[in-house]
Every structure is written in C-alpha cells, then in structure tokens.
Ligand binder design. Structure first.
Ligand code: ADP
Ligand code: ZN
Length: 623
C-alpha cells in the first residue's frame, strides 16, 4: 500500500469515529438506555438534594419511595415535606460510593424501593465505546505525523519530525508562473526552456546520447528572479517542485541536516521527474573547513550528504537540482565538479530593456494612466532588481488606493520611486539658516554635476528629507554603465564634493557642517578604489586589493605601499576639490538664483534646473 492509500483509510477511520461519537452524544444509538434513564421519566423534577439531606428526610419519615439507578449510584426519591409544601415531589439524589448500607436503611424505615438494573448494552456498543477513545487518539496521532512533513516548514519544528525534510512539496504546482511572467533574463530563460523540454520528453535527449545536467546553479543578486525561474520550470513542465532554503538545513543538532537531505532526495526520486530547488545554497555549500567552531561539523555533514545524493543518481532519471546563490565564490569546489552543479547560469540585474520587460509583466494587472511611461520609469531605475521593480509598481498601487483613485497616475509612480530610492519622506524643515545651507549644498552638487561633461544628469533636487538625508540631489544615468571610465569616476568625485565646497564658499570655513560626512565617505571610497583596484593612479596598473578590500599579497615590494596608496588617494581628492571650487565660484550668480527657487518650491526637477542654469552658462551635451 502506498502512503496515499494509508492516509485515505486513516481519514476514513477518523471520520467514521467522529460520526459515531456525534450520534452517540445525541443518544441515537443508546435506545435501550433512554428508557431507563431517570431524566426520561415524565414526572421529572429538576430538584436535587444531597445525600446527607436525603438521610435526614429518611429519618423524618418524609420519603415515600426510592428508585435506584446505575448500580445504586443515583436515586429518584419521592418525598413530601413541609419545606416542599407537603406536595409529593421527585428529587434526585446522588449516592456516594460506599453507601452500601443504604438498602439496609431503606428496609429499616420500611420504604418502598426498587432497583433498576443498568441497561445491558449490546456487545458492539460496549466494545466500541471502550475502544473508541484510544483508537481515535492513536489514529489521530498517526495521521498528524504522517502529514506533518507535508505541511511546509512547520513540520520541521515538531520534535517527532526531526530529520524529515522541511521541503515544501507541490504535487502539481499550481504556482501559475510561466515563462511569460519572467522578463529581462533571457539567457537563463533559454537555458531553462531546454530543461523543460527534457523533463517533458527525455527520450529525445537520451536517444542521441545527450546528458542532461543534474544540477543547475543560478548565480545572482537577490530579487533577480531565481526562485521565479525554478518555479516556472516546474509548472511549465508540469512536474513536482520541491523547494527548500539552505538555511533551513543548518540545524543545531549534528546529523539532522544530513538526514533531511537524504529524506528530500528520497522523496524526490520517488516522484521523478521533478525539480528540487535549494535556495541560499551557500548556507550549506560553503567551502569546507573554512570556519571555526562546532557548527561547521553539522554543515559539513549536510554538504557531504548533498554531494553523495547528487552522485547517487548516475544517470539522470529526472531529478534536476536547481541551486540559487549570490556567493558562488564561497561555494565548496566539490559542489561545482562535473556531475554535480555542472551548469552555472548567471542571473544579473536587468538592463534597461530588461527593466521595461519586467515592468510590463508587473503592470499587466494594474490600471495605469496613459501618462505613465514604463520606458521612462525603466530609464530612471538603473540598478533595480526585478523584485525592486515589482515592489515599485505595488507601492504605486497602494498610494493610488490611499488617494482613492481608480487608476495609477504618474504622480503615484514618481512618489513610489522617491520612496524606494530615498526612503519615506519626512516633514520639511522650518526656514532657517540650516535650511539655506542645505539648499546651497544640494545646488552645489547639482551645478557641478550639470557642467561636467562626464557626470550623470540631474534628475531632481529636493529639500524634502528622506531616509537619513536632509536634502537630496538625484542623478539619472541615461544608459546602464557596465564599464565606468576614469573621467566618469573623477566627475563623480567632483560632483560629490560640490556640496561641501558650496557650503565652504558661501558660508565660510567655520560654518561648514557635519552634513557632508556621507559625501566624504563616498569620495574616499571611489578614490581609493581607483588607486587600489582599477590601476588609475601613479602607482600604475596594479591591483592592491580585491573587491572585499582585502589586501593582496605583493611579494617583497610591500614596503611602504600603504603610505603610497594614501598619498595617491589624497592627490586625487585634492585635485577634484580644486575643480569643484572653480565651478562653484564661476557659477555663483546662478547658484544664488537656484537656491532662492529651491527654498521656495522645495523641489526642482532636472529640466527646471537646467533651464535656469543654461541661461547663464553653456551646458555640455551629455551622451
Ligand atoms: P530571487 O530568488 O532571485 O531572490 P525571486 O525569484 O524570489 O528572486 O523574485 C522575487 C520577486 O521579484 C518575484 O516574485 C517577482 O515578482 C519579481 N521578479 C524578480 N525578477 C523578475 C523577473 N526577471 N521578471 C519578472 N518578475 C521578477
Ligand atoms: Zn551631499
């Protein structure tokens, strides 16, 4: 019998039991019983008395008749007394255990009494009612634990199911996600379309001797659609989909992670063809022996089990393991060996066209006004992941609801972008010297950014505080920049310094504020990377640090190298500060005008700003 049948039978038993109990509690089955129950007598009275009181009644001679029930545990007493208004009444008395001499007493007082024997239940009912509870209990327990591992991650928490895989298991996933719902990651999609066709007709591949990868590793930053892709294959190929997060495997107790992996693959191989999706695979698959402490043993065992399982199915019978991570660099090399995750697919942040595609997917079920241009929106959102874009449109829809609108207009979309980039808007500042200083600071960024040919265009200047910033100037790159040139980096440094330099020139050295600390950090960061990573200084084309700011080993030449780095960084920053000063001084008139306008309006768009500036200065055309 397979498990489904067992479960059906169990459900049947439990249901039958419930019906039985229900009927029993309505006395439907206890026909015999009903007739002898004291409650059923017509002259029933709801009055009761205690046993002690009943003995008093006996002694007083007020008792006329006693009917005993339930093996002499209950009695209906016919009595009349002054306190009962001398009218005969039936009163119920519960007789305590051990009141064995009652019959003796009744005889003594010469009371008319009768004992009604307990009804003889049918054998069936007796057995059933005695066995029912335990059977029900056991069946219930059994049923519960049979199912606990199918009910998602909770199952993993109950102590009885330790070692059971916490994988969420969909028999035929109605995720409803198809390849049409995924945009902007076409290469990965093409790769997966192939896998789907293998799952659908494996013979076509095995016929020509083609081997299908057992493991596919999706590598990319969070929110780029890795989970979405895995779900899409499962539903496109109409196969079961097991999904589990690597972090769920890393438990406190040694051996549990490994047991879960074993269990997961057992389940998967019973249901081929299918997809096993392991999210955050780096949580299990980190390079072995790389850390300190006992927790590692557990992870290593889990990883070893995973490797064993993946080697286990020699010929791919249709379990395809899809892993997702954004840290392929820390994965254990053994995982990447042929026959395991031998195929890697990079899922990067979407480019402009990709973003348009993704926005279109998510705009499908949202009523957008005609003035909302998805193309423009895509232009404004370089660096956004698919999840960010989905979130953006959702935020806009929420705002529209808040304003009681039936469609989403440009206003809500813009506000959503501002929120996501800058955080929630705060209250604007009171007019004060501080506000004026911030205005000069922001216009300083904007003017420097505008006159530099290699700087991104100003998108918006605002004095509405967002997140931690008191004011903000946004720049929007026209195109996605895969590679960044030295001129662009230098322009970025000059533009970022523009804020502080404007404060200095307008208010004087003693008045400058702490508001520029973020800017300075960025400036130093860019300059330092130019020196240590990109070979853009007098030190020459040498990589001195890797992307994690770890120093790279430089043989014997290491002498004084860090002093030289610092010197080069200072050179770059000083040069850029000079340029920024020059720009601010040369444009002082228009800066004052722009500040006045900004203090008035609180927000200036890029076009408004450029229009103002271009009547005083010739602005470079930007590519
Ligand atoms: P990941 O697994 O890479 O972290 P997900 O697949 O969980 O990212 O994506 C989260 C959500 O973001 C998805 O449910 C979807 O709404 C949206 N999304 C991400 N990438 C895309 C894409 N390429 N196309 C359409 N929607 C996307
Ligand atoms: Zn600034």
């Amino acid at each position: 019998m397979d498990r489904n049948t067992i479960q059906k039978i169990l459900i049947g038993i439990v249901l039958a039991a419930c019906i039985f109990i229900g009927l029993k509690s309505f006395n439907v089955l206890d026909v015999e019983n009903t007739q002898t129950r004291p409650e059923a007598t017509n002259n029933i009275s709801s009055s009761r008395m205690t046993y002690g009181r009943f003995l008093e009644y006996l002694e007083m001679g007020w008792v006329k008749q006693v009917d005993l029930y339930d093996n002499n545990r209950n009695a209906i007493v016919q009595a009349s007394s002054p306190e009962l208004g001398n009218r005969p009444q039936s009163i119920r008395v519960e007789i305590p255990v051990g009141a064995g001499q009652l019959i003796q007493k009744l005889k003594e007082y010469d009371i008319n009494f009768d004992a009604h024997p307990a009804p003889r239940k049918s054998i069936f009912i007796t057995i059933a009612s005695n066995l029912l509870l335990p059977v029900l209990f056991i069946a219930g327990l059994f049923f519960f634990f049979q199912n606990s591992d199918n009910f998602g991650s909770n199952g993993g928490n109950s102590p009885m199911s330790l070692g059971k895989s916490p994988a969420r298991f969909d028999e035929r996933p109605a995720t409803g996600i198809s390849f049409n719902d995924i945009a902007g990651i076409d290469e990965a999609k093409a790769e997966f379309e192939e896998i789907v066709s293998f799952l659908k007709e494996p013979e076509r591949y095995t016929l020509v001797g083609a081997k299908i990868p057992k493991g596919v590793l999706l590598v990319g930053p969070p929110g780029t659609g890795k989970t979405l892709l895995a779900k899409a294959i499962a539903s496109e190929a109409n196969v079961p989909f097991y999904s589990v997060a690597g972090s769920e495997f890393v438990e406190m107790f040694i051996g549990i992670g490994a047991a879960r992996i074993r269990d997961l693959f057992k389940k998967a191989s019973e249901n081929t063809p299918c997809i096993v999706f392991i999210d955050e695979i780096d949580a299990v698959g980190r390079e072995r022996g790389a850390g300190i402490g006992g927790g590692n043993d557990e992870r290593e065992q889990t990883l070893n089990q995973l490797l064993t399982e993946m080697d286990g199915f020699k010929e791919n019978k249709g379990v395809i393991v899809v892993g997702a991570t954004n840290r392929v660099d820390i994965l254990d090399a053994a995982l990447l060996r042929p026959g395991r995750f031998d195929r890697q697919i990079t899922v990067g942040l979407p480019d402009r066209l990709g973003r348009i595609g993704i926005l279109k997917v998510h705009a499908k079920n949202k009523p957008l006004d005609e003035d909302v241009s998805l193309v423009q929106l895509a232009n404004r959102t370089p660096g956004f992941s698919g999840a960010d874009l989905a979130n953006l449109l959702n935020e806009a829809a929420i705002l529209a609801t808040r304003y009681n609108k039936e469609t989403i207009s440009k206003k809500e979309v813009n506000e959503a972008v501002d929120r996501i980039i800058g955080g929630i808007a705060g209250a604007t500042m009171e007019d004060s010297k501080n506000k004026k200083l911030i205005a000069y600071h922001e216009v300083g960024h904007a003017i420097v950014g505008s006159v530099l040919e290699h700087h991104d265009n100003v998108e918006k200047i605002t004095l509405v505080p967002r997140g931690g910033a008191k004011g903000l100037t946004w720049f929007a790159p026209e195109e996605d920049q895969g590679l960044v040139s030295r001129s662009q980096l230098i322009a970025r440094i000059i533009g970022t310094l523009g804020g502080r330099v404007a404060e200095q020139i307008v208010f004087g050295e003693p008045e400058i504020t702490t508001g520029a600390s973020n800017d300075l950090q960025q400036v130093t960061n860019i300059a330092r990377q130019m020196v240590t990573r990109f070979g853009m200084s007098n030190i020459g084309p040498i990589a001195l640090e890797d992307s994690n700011n770890e120093q790279m080993f430089l043989g014997g030449e290491n002498e004084g190298i860090s002093d030289r780095i610092d010197m080069e960084v200072c050179n770059i920053v000083n040069h850029c500060e000079e340029v920024a000063k020059e720009i601010i001084l040369n444009n002082r008139v228009v800066i004052d005008l722009a500040v006045e306008k900004l203090l008035d309006a609180e927000t200036l768009s890029g076009e408004e700003f450029r229009e103002l500036v271009s009547s005083y200065t010739v602005l470079p055309s930007k590519k």
